[in-house]
Write a protein of this length. Structure first.
Length: 419
């Protein structure tokens, strides 16, 4: 009888939020403040241009209306006229006696020239005044936009702190009862509900794990006592060893759940911890298992001091090195553990040989109780919480973990922490 095919697995959730690349010019980002500044300043600039155009047209009309001379000379004899503002009259006068028509034309030309000069002078000074007012308008608009949007900045900073697992933060926005205060109050209510749900979940996991530790310890003690009896039948001893291995696996699962529940919290008490020392301690603890499997551990441990919890950080290195040793090739395998400070961040890199890992299966490795092409209860290498704990501890320290397949087989695990 053919076996019933297993139902398709649920698509895995993303294991971490990819970081957005830093923009080369962050001040060019089209923020709301910049858009409001351009809106306010642009409206003022358009209004100024319209006002300037109206003033210019009215001034031109007024000058054109008064452009006709108030009098005309109809007869003159032997009249000599000089003018500093009308050079055309002086040039005609130097050539000889002026005729009446030439004199009237020169007067009209002089008045046209003066009118054009007055309009040009008005336009240039108005443009300078408009430029100055535009600078003032944009600066005033930028300041006003910043004042209007300051509550949004406060909400953003609180949301960023909450994203770092600090659910105790609240906005508590004061001021008028407007739309922004309503948004902040709604956000505070959402955070309150999230914190209660998250705390209840952690409390349940912690209490359940603590309650399970006692009966598991009792079962282990009873099994060890029965196995120590030399007169016990072989079948009973084999059954006892199987049950003892299952009990040990359950204990590991409970310890992993406890550590996972604790590592989800933001680290409050932080102390300087050197990742090089953490990596060396992890390597020393796994050295015997690596030698038994024929896996060589190497690497360079450069100082990389961060602020955090030494026990939890040691758990990161230990889980990564243990996984690298256990999921390795049968012969001539190696694990490389490196610590360093790069680009202002402390880095822990664990590289190992091993089976080829498809890129699309990387996300599954960080989910609880998931392994690479292995059933949930079909492996004796762990309980499936190692990388989940690593990810949670890294996030609690403000860090980030990334995994990528190694060419030729194996993985490259890179954990970064802010210095």
């Amino acid at each position: 009888m053919a076996a019933t095919p297993a139902p398709p697995a649920t698509p895995p959730k993303p294991t971490w939020d990819p970081r957005k690349p830093d923009q080369p010019f962050p001040w060019l980002r089209p923020t709301i403040r910049i858009r409001l500044t351009l809106l306010y300043g642009g409206m003022f600039l358009i209004a100024g241009i319209l006002l300037l155009s109206i003033i210019y047209l009215l001034a031109a009309q007024a000058l054109r209306t008064g452009n006709e001379p108030l009098f005309k000379i109809v007869q003159f004899q032997s009249l000599k006229i000089t003018s500093n503002n009308c050079p055309g009259i002086s040039s005609l006068n130097s050539a000889g006696d002026l005729s009446l028509a030439e004199f009237n034309d020169a007067i009209n030309a002089c008045m046209d020239h003066e009118r054009k000069a007055a309009l040009d002078n008005l336009l240039s000074r108005s443009l300078l005044a408009l430029l100055g007012l535009a600078v003032i308008a944009f600066a005033f608009g930028y300041a006003m936009a910043g004042r209007v949007l300051s509550p949004l900045g406060r909400i953003t900073r609180t949301a960023r702190a909450v994203a770092g697992s600090d659910l105790s933060r609240r906005i508590e926005l004061d001021g008028p009862d407007d739309e922004l205060k309503e948004l902040a109050d709604t956000f505070d209510e959402m955070l309150e509900r999230l914190q209660r749900a998250f705390t209840a979940q952690q409390r349940f996991v912690g209490n359940a794990s603590h309650e399970l530790r006692t009966p598991l310890a009792i079962n282990r003690t009873l099994l060890e006592v029965h196995l120590s009896d030399p007169g016990a039948p072989v079948e009973l001893q084999q059954l006892g060893k199987t049950m003892l291995a299952t009990n040990e696996r359950s204990e590991q699962l409970v310890e992993g759940l406890l550590l996972l529940a604790r590592s989800e919290n933001q680290i409050i008490e932080r102390k300087p911890v050197d990742l090089a020392e953490v990596a060396e301690q992890a390597v020393d603890q796994v050295r015997a298992e690596a030698d038994a499997k024929g896996v060589t551990i190497r690497g360079e441990h450069r100082p990389a001091v961060i602020q955090g919890n030494g026990v939890l950080l040691e758990r990161i290195a230990l889980n990564l090195v243990q996984n690298a040793v256990r999921y390795n090739v049968p012969e001539d395998g190696w694990v490389e553990v490196t610590t360093d400070v790069r680009h202002g961040q402390a880095v822990l890199i664990v590289t190992n040989t091993g089976p080829v890992v498809p890129a699309y299966e990387i996300d599954n490795l960080f989910e609880p109780f998931r392994r690479l092409r292995t059933e949930r209860t079909g492996s004796d290498k762990g309980v499936g919480l190692g990388l989940s704990i690593v990810r949670s501890v890294a996030r609690a320290h403000g860090g980030h973990i990334a995994a990528e397949p190694r060419e030729g087989g194996g993985l490259v695990m890179r954990v970064t922490f802010p210095v």
